[in-house]
Design a protein around this ligand. Structure first.
Ligand code: SF4
Length: 311
């Protein structure tokens, strides 16, 4: 439950299922996960995004190994990376503790059912309070799952199925024709357009990649040398030329990649070199070693474009 809850944060069920199955096969229990290296865990996580979740899961497993398996909501909240929602979901569903659970689905049901016109932190606070007051304490796990499921399948963000909703008769939004207005929307963050230029050094059937430094997107994963060329393309390319002097980049391809509200145009260029000489911050990898590396999704896409050039 813990693994699936973490994977499902900001990620669709269909995207999670194959990752979840692979992950549970490789790490069937806390001990197996606690003993894994960060690279092993990240390699299995790649494609799911938001890699901080993976690191926190690993940290949590090591914490449990030292401190014992938590059971109550309060104990679960001591585990690194476990917040109010996850702790309450595990404690109520797996251990039967009488605590409410509020996710985005429950917030939406609450706002419509009660006609609450708050948003953000205040909506959240009132939704938790409401869920606490209305909890069915005899079977909190089923109750919490039922509420979340109602939000996910009946009281959906668009076109809710009010005609088949068991709460329709007491729903303020339904009775007052305000369903489409609730919950009151948060303002959308404006899109930011970015240009990333990536050079793919290849020599002797090998490719050069570097570990992404702390503080950057995708930190700790591997990438081909990449620069942000959004503001000043010439200066960005000069940085790459400084790393690989005398290079003659050949265009590999380009594509769009979206990270939250950032729309990134990624341009990939192949740089053929005579020998795998040292490149600042990079290591050379042969064909067989590449699959074990954790790469962010756009870099894995570039790797697919570059594979034909390593035989
Ligand atoms: S009646 Fe409609 S708006 Fe109200 S809780 Fe049910 S599905 Fe949601």
């Amino acid at each position: 439950m813990w693994v699936s809850e973490v994977m499902l944060q900001q990620t669709r069920v269909e995207a999670v299922v194959p990752h979840y199955l692979r992950w549970m096969e490789r790490f069937p229990n806390v001990l197996a996960l606690a003993r894994a290296t960060e690279d092993e865990a990240l390699a299995l996580w790649q494609g799911l995004g938001y890699y901080r979740r993976c690191r926190r899961l690993l940290e949590g497993a090591r914490w449990i190994l030292e401190n014992g398996m938590p059971q109550t909501e309060a104990e679960w909240r001591s585990v690194p990376g476990v917040g109010a929602y996850t702790a309450a979901a595990i404690a109520s569903i797996a251990f039967g503790e009488a605590v409410p659970v509020v996710d985005g689905n429950v917030e939406r049901v609450f706002a419509r059912l009660t006609g609450c016109r708050e948003s953000g932190a205040e909506l959240k606070r009132q939704a938790w309070e409401w869920a606490r007051r209305n909890l069915f304490a005899k079977d909190p796990g089923s109750w919490n799952q039922a509420l979340m499921e109602l939000g996910a399948t009946v009281c959906t963000p668009r076109d809710p199925a009010c005609g088949s909703c068991p709460l329709a008769e007491r729903c303020v939004a339904k009775q007052s024709w305000t369903v489409a207005e609730l919950p009151v929307g948060r303002r959308k963050t404006a899109s930011v357009h970015l240009l990333h230029v990536v050079w793919v050094p290849v020599a002797d059937g090998r490719l050069a990649l570097r570990r992404i430094p702390p503080g950057q997107w995708w930190e700790g994963l591997w990438e081909f040398p990449r620069v942000d060329a959004t503001e000043d393309r010439d200066r960005a390319e000069a940085t790459l030329r400084g790393m690989i002097p005398g290079a003659w980049p050949e265009r590999l391809g380009s594509f769009r990649h979206v990270v939250t509200h950032h729309k990134i145009t990624v341009e990939a260029w192949l740089v053929r070199l005579e020998a795998p000489n040292p490149i600042d911050g990079c290591q050379w990898f042969g064909r067989d070693q590449l699959d074990a590396l954790a790469l962010p999704t756009p870099q894995r896409r570039i790797l697919r474009l570059a594979r034909p050039f390593i035989g």
